[in-house]
Write a protein that binds this ligand. Sequence first.
Ligand code: SF4
Length: 336
Amino acid sequence: MNLNNLEKVLEKEPKYRQKQASSAVFVNLIEDWQEATFFSLQLREELNKECPLSISAETLVSKTKDSIKTRISLKDDLQVESVLMLHQDGRNTVCVSCQVGCPLGCQFCATGKMGFKRNLDYFEIIEQVIFFSRYLKKENKRISNIVFMGMGEPFLNYENVLKAIRILNDKEGLSIGARNISISTAGITEGIEKLSEEGLQVNLAVSLHAPNDKLRTEIMPINKRYNIEEILKAVDEYIKITKRKVMFEYLLIKDVNDSDQCAEELVKIMRKPLYFLNLILYNSTGLFKPSSAKRVEEFKKILKKAGVDFSQRYRFGDDIKAACGQFAVLKDENVV
Ligand code: SF4
């Protein structure tokens, strides 16, 4: 799929043609311009040549059938992964990638181990959502939520991520409410500052994963550049401007960040209005192990006692390597 030339192809056409084309792609979810019969045959052929709509992808479905992972091939033969999560309450969330690989090299993350290949352009981000929109259309369902928690750091590809969000949010297109879109950052403070000025109602999440700089630097090298104090300062400013809640994500990794002492340090960070903590059970990527159920309960007990506002995220797609930190390790034998 490549819509970069769409405006150019339609520039000699009346203005309403652009609207018709957008509606065909984002609302009717056509997979071939020949379906757009309101265009002349010649125009449809040119559109198919210059702006192909086909998406080349492999798909995996988890045993529980509640998560579907796709690996999309891009124009330069690189590949990018995204996941659709089907929640029991009816929400259908797509976890999208914004880069091929990631330059931040977090120790617990398979994507980080891949290194960084390149930024995705905004249509390559949207393509992931379109893929799953087409998938769900067959079941008369639609995507309700988007999370930028796949491969890559969104604030290192800020312009493309924001452009994609504005298109995803467009009422005349996919119409995904800004409040249903979340951006997760490892703490790039310039991105947090910029986002606060956008006037968008999107949600901000910060990957914290450690309650002090020493431990955070060990597992997230980016902490050397943006330490916890700087991140919290940017978050406080963001909250002051937007009045929006901020989610802090914390992976529970066995014998790394799951001690009572870590929980107590975390309590001190989290005791602020509009700070919300999301505990995530770690999914093994070979390097670290998840915390035991008993340890998780003990960790939670300390948070509860201190009155920390938190939840524990349901684990999707572990068997198809579609869970947090597992992108980039797709197993070919499960491809359907
Ligand atoms: S956890 Fe996120 S920021 Fe860290 S390496 Fe993985 S994709 Fe990059």
